[in-house]
Design a protein around this ligand. Structure first.
Ligand code: HEM
Length: 433
């Protein structure tokens, strides 16, 4: 815990509420105002707002977030959780898991020396060289997705038509989950991770008692494990070139992974791979719909595409934070942090730090360099970053081929979420090429 001897900057209650409240993340501009103020006045600040949440240090500057991300010895993903939530949720998870703050045993739940052993298993599979073999399949999914958009007849909501289903199909394909099981997988993920936005959470948890929620979550984890145990058998008998075959046949210290570890691996790929890419895809489309000139330039010159994709990922920062635990007493941004303290590294804020990005709120596809932190950094840097970029490039190439003009047809709305967030509706009017 922090000692009383040092001066501890504590955020005023309204600022603390903004940082904690999922609804504040739907009000993007005022959220960015808050982070700007914090970066300037209190770049490492204590958030201690109420009895429902454990206190933590909020880190908002790019350099500090980068340093913490890269120092995986001092800043660990244990023993506290890696996603900020209420104390009761943490207690529920620890009860389910027998003491771990992580519901599933996935890469983000692990530290060295185990983490690199597990990460190495699929690292190669996610590299651009290997992903090349997926391009044709992803291309087919992109064609089908744009078919669905055009079938809407000139007006429609881009999120349910395009940006939500497309990345989900891609991750399910790489996991070897057949299309008829996709909805079940989506439902199980939602049951496991709840969901802070009532429009998006189909889990029906709102009216449940804590005991009922615990039961539901335990059931969802068991269902997942059973589903993937069966898939594993198939992939051991008949391995294919998907990532599920790599996981099913992987060995650590000479042993196959346990059912729980394997499920953790499948679950992190399934869950990390869709809402995130969905949010950056919708964000890119919104930026283009608001800027017809940029859209026309891009249509004519596809060399601009990688820049658009990268800027969309920075500008949207779909993963808004992760948490770390200090392994020892340490200083961050001139502030003393005590061993055991909990820290939030905020990617939205880091990616809008004016010390690094000129006009950070502007969507600028020609931004160069664009060394954003939306994929994190260090040992846990996003495993799927090349896949996310590839998916977006393939989809936008298809969209640009087949759409002549596009504009907003209503007010886009963001989801209430302090963890993975982005647009939940993007009404568009468009004409086919
Ligand atoms: C725009 C899309 C995406 C964004 C913004 C994003 C962002 C992130 C971030 C911030 C982290 C944590 C980094 C850290 O702790 O330093 C992460 C980890 C991870 N991501 Fe992504 N991600 C995206 C897409 C994907 C996709 C498509 C996949 C796979 C299908 C994926 C799989 C993972 C995995 C497995 C980890 C855990 C890595 C580890 O702990 O070693 N992500 N991602």
């Amino acid at each position: 815990m922090a000692t009383a001897a040092q001066h501890i900057p504590v955020a005023p209650a309204d600022i603390a509420n903004t940082v904690i409240d999922p609804k504040a993340y739907a009000e993007w501009d005022s959220l960015l105002d808050t982070f700007e103020m914090l970066r300037n006045d209190m770049p490492v600040v204590r958030i201690e707002n109420d009895e429902l949440h454990d206190p933590f240090w909020l880190v908002t500057r790019y350099d500090d977030v980068m340093r913490i991300s890269k120092d995986n010895k001092t800043f660990l993903n244990n023993p506290r959780g890696v996603v900020f939530g209420i104390k009761a949720g943490d207690a529920m998870i620890r009860e389910i898991t027998g003491g771990s703050p992580h519901l599933v045993n996935s890469l983000v739940a692990l530290d060295a020396p185990i983490h690199p052993k597990y990460r190495r298993l699929t690292q190669e599979w996610f590299m651009p060289k290997n992903l090349k073999q997926m391009e044709a399949e992803i291309g087919e999914l992109a064609v089908k997705t744009v078919d669905r958009l055009l079938a809407a007849g000139g007006e429609g909501d881009f999120v349910p038509l395009v940006s939500a289903p497309y990345p989900l199909h891609v991750v399910m394909q790489i996991l070897g989950v057949p299309e008829e099981d996709e909805q079940r997988m989506l439902f199980l993920t939602q049951q496991m991770f709840g969901g802070q936005d009532e429009d998006l959470s189909k889990s029906g948890m709102a009216d449940m008692s804590p005991e009922q929620i615990t039961q539901l979550v335990v059931g969802a984890v068991a269902d997942f494990e059973a589903y993937f145990a069966k898939l594993t058998e198939e992939k051991r008998a008949n391995p294919t070139d998907d990532v599920a075959s790599v996981i099913a046949n992987a060995r650590v210290d000479g042993e196959y992974l346990s059912d729980r570890d394997m499920a953790g691996y499948y679950i992190i790929v399934a869950s990390a791979g869709h809402d995130t890419t969905s949010a950056s895809t919708a964000g890119a489309m919104m930026a283009l719909a608001k800027d017809p000139e940029q859209f026309a330039r891009l249509k004519a010159d596809r060399d601009l595409l990688p820049g658009i994709v990268e800027e969309a990922i920075r500008w949207t920062s779909p993963v808004q934070h992760f948490m770390r635990t200090a392994a020892e007493d340490v200083e961050v941004g001139g502030q003393k942090i005590a061993k055991g303290d909990w820290l939030m590294i905020n990617y939205v804020s880091a990616n809008h730090d004016e010390r690094v990005f000129e006009n950070p709120r502007q969507f600028d596809a020609s931004r160069s360099p664009n060394r954003h932190l939306a994929f994190g950094a260090g040992a846990h840097q996003c495993l799927g970053l090349h896949l996310a970029r590839l998916e977006m490039r393939i989809l936008f190439n298809e969209l640009l081929d087949r759409i002549e003009t596009v504009e907003l047809a209503g007010e886009p709305k963001r989801a209430n979420s302090s963890f993975v967030g982005g647009l939940k509706t993007l009404p568009l009017r468009f004409s086919a090429s």
